[in-house]
Design a protein. Structure first.
Length: 74
């Protein structure tokens, strides 16, 4: 799978410190941040790659990205 093209849904939001937080719901615990949106996306891309690499090294299943993102009125 390493080197293969993967797409993952990423959730971005502002943290209390003003940094942009990036989370990948399909990869539990895969979170990164950056001072800007672009930096956060660059960092989460690297985090996803490393996360998947570790899962594969440990012989664990790499989850599919079957996350559905919806908006609700609250």
């Amino acid at each position: 799978m390493k080197g293969d093209f993967m797409k993952r849904k990423v959730v971005l939001y502002r943290g209390e410190d003003g940094y942009v937080i990036a989370e990948v719901p399909s990869l539990q615990g895969c979170v990164s941040q950056g001072k800007t949106r672009n930096e956060a996306l660059k960092n989460i891309k690297e985090a996803v790659s490393l996360h998947v690499e570790v899962l594969m090294e440990r012989g664990l299943t790499v989850p599919n990205d079957e996350t559905e993102v919806v908006e609700i009125a609250a």
